[in-house]
Design a protein around this ligand. Sequence first.
Ligand code: CA
Length: 219
Amino acid sequence: MRVLLIEDDPMIGDGLSKVLAGEGMSVDWVRAGADAEIALRDAGYAIVLLDLGLPGADGLDLLKSARALGVSTPVLVITARDRLDDRVAGLDLGADDYLVKPFETRELLARMRALARRRLGGASARVAAGGSELDTETHELTRDQVVQILPAREYALMRALMERPGRILSRAQIEERIYGWGEEVESNAVDVLIHSIRRKFGKGVILNVRGAGWMAPKS
Ligand code: CA
């Protein structure tokens, strides 16, 4: 899943980027308010981690204007501000959760999982579509008695397709979902991932729509 990290502190930003990448997430890290404002309008993120004290901007203002524009991405505020007023203001302005620095990585990951689950509209950590079931915590894909943990990119691809079964994603949309900005993407990268998933789970796990893209079967 793609995560937008808005954090100006280089140590925290670098540390979080590494932790999240290690969990198989594709992280775009922006440091300044102006970049954050643009990135926040990108609807392709599963979650936004938002620091409030940014050079040239206040995270709460960014959040407010993004929500006013209709951006509905779950936002988890991460900040050193622990005044009750700030927390209340953050939640009022459209944050989905709030974590005060310093925090344990485990708690951050658990809250991110909870937000991602809520976005999918259920308390279950499993996404089911078209005879496949994907566990968003263990990254295990189950289909026709085959159960395997997917490597990070394959997981991100399956998740993108299974969140909206029956909807076609183009190559560009898939690349956007599973690779970060500025990452070199081989022209056949998506084909290689799809080939590998089909080899393990059978051809029907992902449907090819000629000239348009791919989809997870609806039923
Ligand atoms: Ca800061």
